[in-house]
Design a binder for this molecule. Sequence first.
Ligand code: 2HA
Ligand code: ZN
Length: 272
Amino acid sequence: MKNILKAPFIKELGEIADNMYRQGWNERNGGNISVLLDEKEVLPYINKNKIIRDLEFKGEFPSFAGKYFLITGTGKYFKNISKNPEANLGIIRISDDGKNAHLLWGFSDGGTFTSEVAMHLGAHRERLKIDPNHRVVMHAHPTCTVSMTHIHSWDEREFTRSIWSTCTECIVIFPDGIGVLPWMVSSGPEIGRISAEKFKEFRILVWALHGCTVTGTSLDEAFGLLETVEKGATIYNNIWQCENRKSIDDKMLMEICKDFNITPKEGWLNPQ
Ligand code: 2HA
Ligand code: ZN
């Protein structure tokens, strides 16, 4: 067996977690990440028949029977992941009936996966139906995005348009827009179920007064979405009260879309 601490997926997740922590998006135990792994990526590092223990989650995910995920632990601090991956991360294989998970590596201090596991699995399931290359779900508490939900309407079209109007690249990076869920208690099956519905339509979901969850084909891509939303929200928070402020209007947004050959979410730009 190869040394799992040298596996690219462990190294990359540690680096991304460090980066997210440094951005100030993952205070204390805030945030969580999961990555769908291919069996052939995992098998050089672990024995798939050596189950450490079983972990419970609420819900059933039969489409993931036998699938492997790398996932962050509940109560774990992002700032510690790269220093001690084995205590802060786990590799699980979903059981054949899709109702629980076999722990194959990690959570070495007796821990378990993030309390948002149902949201992660629901998001993976829905995004995979849309994009077979989908791999990553990433949740964080980016300060300016959360701040914006304190001062802006939670209407997702309006929220997205406000961010699109802040800097030119936003509509290029997420022409499909940002979903917004009203405030609700997090970490349970209910927010998982409602979020999964939203992920049928969006790669980015803001939970009002809480945080943001993004999906992607790689950790880099998911991180890129998160930082671009956060950039737009930062600018919005800086300028929203300024008199005579400028804005990228719908005509300009359409020019961007034409130039980059992208299609914005239908009906979200006003016809010119
Ligand atoms: O992992 O961020 O939403 C802690 C959280 C819950
Ligand atoms: Zn959170």
